[in-house]
Design a protein around this ligand. Structure first.
Ligand SMILES: *Cc1c(COP(=O)(O)O)cnc(C)c1O
Length: 225
């Protein structure tokens, strides 16, 4: 078997018995690498750039579930609304409104996660607890028939301090449990918690992760230009 396939098998072994599914983060990687993962049964792939995501969607097998995991600009929602399976990175009401509008144009309900800010770094996007509750409680969300909020997403601080990572993942786990208990409606059904990357997914599954987003541990290190 190829190395990418082996890496996926190893990670899936680690996830056995947990609630977590693997999102293979293929950003910057060529279609040939994605197909190596596909060959061992991987069907969920994550990308963070709209152009790259759209190109790969066009070129690769149609039974792949594409997830948008990166920061999404409102003016680009239209390029992915027809096919995207899940947008992990919704961090404002304005963005959600645009997703709803584009969902309506395509006559499909677009699944979304609300990205929460849990890291110490202020460079990472996301809602704080108050903003999250405001959005979930708001009148505006109630009228959006073409989006469905199915959970939360977060990124921990990039640190070697594991206790810090535990703390941040437990924080979002608590936000997730509260949202699940307090906000259920026709377009809010909180069931997914997207936490964990190559360096910290084993910690994330201990805090209830249902979607781990793993890139470099599968495909190798990325070269950014
Ligand atoms: C790139 C990326 C990942 C995967 O990172 P690795 O460390 O390579 O596993 C996960 N989540 C988001 C939002 C990313 O941008």
């Amino acid at each position: 078997m190829n190395e990418i396939g082996n890496n996926i098998k190893t990670i899936n072994k680690t996830l056995t018995g947990t609630a977590a599914k693997l999102v293979a983060v293929s950003k910057t990687k060529p279609n040939t690498s994605i197909l190596e993962a596909y060959e061992v049964g991987q069907r969920i792939f994550g990308e963070n750039k709209v152009q790259e995501l759209s190109d790969k969607y066009e070129q690769l097998p149609k039974d792949i579930e594409w997830h948008m995991i990166g920061h999404l600009q409102r003016n680009k929602v239209k390029y992915i609304a027809s096919f995207i399976h899940l947008i992990h990175s919704v961090d404002s009401l304005k963005l959600l409104k645009e997703i709803n509008k584009q969902g309506e144009k395509n006559d499909r309900v677009v699944n979304c996660l609300l990205q929460c800010h849990i890291a110490q770094e202020d460079t990472k996007f996301g809602l704080d607890e108050e903003e999250l509750n405001q959005l979930l409680n708001g009148e505006e969300l109630k009228s959006m028939k073409f989006v469905k909020i199915i959970g939360l997403m977060g990124m921990a601080t990039n640190t070697d301090d594991e206790s810090q990572i535990h703390k941040e993942f437990e924080h979002i786990h608590q936000l997730f449990e509260k949202a699940k208990a307090n906000f259920q409606s026709y377009n809010v059904d909180i069931s997914e918690l997207s936490i964990g990357m190559s360096g910290d997914f084993k910690i994330a599954v201990q805090h209830g992760s249902t979607l781990v987003r793993v890139g470099s541990s599968i495909f190798g290190a990325r070269n950014y230009a």
